[in-house]
Write a new protein. Structure first.
Length: 267
């Protein structure tokens, strides 16, 4: 892994959010990469429930100030950064007053998804990609965690397919246990279309539920990791049938499983 660059993108990372399976992996994997001589950058949303003073977040002026067009409306992008204590890891936070100020993550107190999660996904996706471009940091591997990152492989293989910075990047998605019911806004496919991505390229977004988002991420990823023990059997079957590099849940429990996957199966 020496000098390999790994970009970790997740909707949850400890110590900034509770210690879920996804949040733990999104911390532990880059830690292991660093310990094996690699370089990492971590990106996540700056939800309003994250205590900026406690975690010493501060705005990066040179990266902020860009406007992203979401559903044909300009939305300002704010970038904040923090360092995980005792670790050589920087975490970049994608922020916007309208999308991420509320003191919650992706659902309300009753467990209902926020109606604008579709636009929040698009904003997060474009915000991370545009920020990495500003950093001029070309990742060898981009590792996505959770359904909120499902649009990244699509955008990188379509809208950003000619971007030199990502030409040699391998896209890996980790899938986790289903954690929401229902669908996102049915206009998601139309809003993605505003970015000149064809309806055929994202046909599954006509009904953007958890399974269709997983299928979309699987379709455009170069490698697949089954990061939870309990996953939809149809997703597991589709992952196996894809013939793409695949890491099963039981294999992830082995020492250096992710390092070996990055260096051996994705080479």
């Amino acid at each position: 892994m020496k000098d390999k660059r790994v970009l970790i993108i997740s909707s949850e990372v400890v110590p900034y959010l509770p210690n879920t399976e996804q949040a733990f992996n999104s911390f532990q994997i880059p830690k292991t990469v660093n310990e094996n001589g690699g370089q990492t950058r971590i990106f996540m949303p700056r939800y309003g429930l994250i205590n900026e003073r406690r975690h010493q977040l501060h705005e990066v002026i040179r990266l902020s100030g860009m406007n992203l067009v979401i559903n044909e409306i300009d939305s300002p992008l704010i970038i904040k950064v923090a360092s995980i204590p005792k670790e050589r890891m920087q975490v970049y936070f994608i922020d916007n007053e309208e999308y991420f100020k509320r003191r919650a993550m992706l659902s309300d107190k009753e467990g209902q998804l926020f109606p604008d999660n579709d636009e929040r996904m698009i904003f997060f996706t474009k915000g991370v990609i545009e920020t990495v471009k500003k950093l001029n940091w070309s990742p060898d591997i981009i590792h996505f965690h959770g359904w909120f990152t499902a649009l990244f492989p699509l955008y990188l293989k379509t809208l950003y397919k000619d971007e030199p910075l990502f030409q040699d990047s391998k896209l890996v998605t980790s899938f986790y246990t289903k954690n929401f019911e229902g669908t996102l806004a049915k206009e998601l496919q139309e809003k993605v279309g505003h970015d000149k991505i064809s309806a055929a390229a994202c046909a599954g977004l006509q009904t953007p539920d958890h399974d269709s988002l997983a299928a979309l991420a699987l379709e455009y990823s170069d490698g697949i990791i089954l990061s939870s023990e309990k996953l939809n059997p149809a997703l597991v079957s589709a992952a196996e049938a894809s013939k793409k590099p695949l890491l099963h849940f039981d294999q992830t429990q082995e020492d250096n499983a992710y390092i070996n996957f990055y260096t051996e199966q994705l080479s």
